[in-house]
Design a protein around this ligand. Sequence first.
Ligand SMILES: [Zn+2]
Length: 287
Amino acid sequence: MFEFGFEESKVIKTNAVEQFKQTRSGEKTRVSIISFKKYSDGILAEKQKEKGSALTDMEKAEFISKIDERIAKQLNKSVDDLSEVDRLNVKSPRFAFSYTHYNEAVGTIRCLSKYEGSTVVRPEICCNKFGDAGQTVGMVVMTYPLKEGLEVDMDLLSARKYVNFYIWKMSAQKFKKIEDAYREARGDDKFTIDLNVVLDGDPKFQKQQISAGSSAVWTRLPANSETRAWIMDQGLRMWKHVSSQLGFEMKADKIAEKLGLSSGGGHGGAANEALPKMISSYDDLIG
Ligand SMILES: [Zn+2]
């Protein structure tokens, strides 16, 4: 602890990350999902499938070093010079998922029940009191500087002006629209796309039309462009905050307390079981 006055208060950094929200009915935004899985994630999953059982640490290390060599060769770098960004696969967006409840007394909280797949095998106080949990999906997105309509202003983009980064969290129903947009684009051999998002009605409800735009404009920047690396780096940094946006991890006894129930219900200690499940592959989701 240290004491300070307002003149020093700028040393305190808020960790606040903004959520993507549209503010005017009919507002149009060009959005790009910029959280990505690593090349190795997809390849390791594939190799594990081929093998039919979990890979050993040694096998994983071997595959990863082969993948690194391949990436380094492609980028004309040495393996030692590879960055985290270099290892990302822009064709493979990454999402986080968790079961959540909303209730006025507690706000949005993480579901504490134990699941096998999507089936509750041991319901906790949250499901008992609030009913079935909802499904919340989170990701990192970027919004572009625009000219007219949804046309990107490339000069501003290259200058990194009016480029904004957000965490976008949504219900499973809304996520379905994103899946549909990507599925359509993939049918056209486009893997990294922009989304056209239009606010439909009162901003309070964030009801949105979501459709596939063209291939993501930022991916047309040259591979060695600083702006491109900057965008991917923002995606990595903000990914670390996605989990905390998917509902507060309130303990069972605290929920009971908020609901005015006695807290001796024997449901303690379950709070940490509801860490969000990271979806291992976009393709798994499309399934
Ligand atoms: Zn629950």
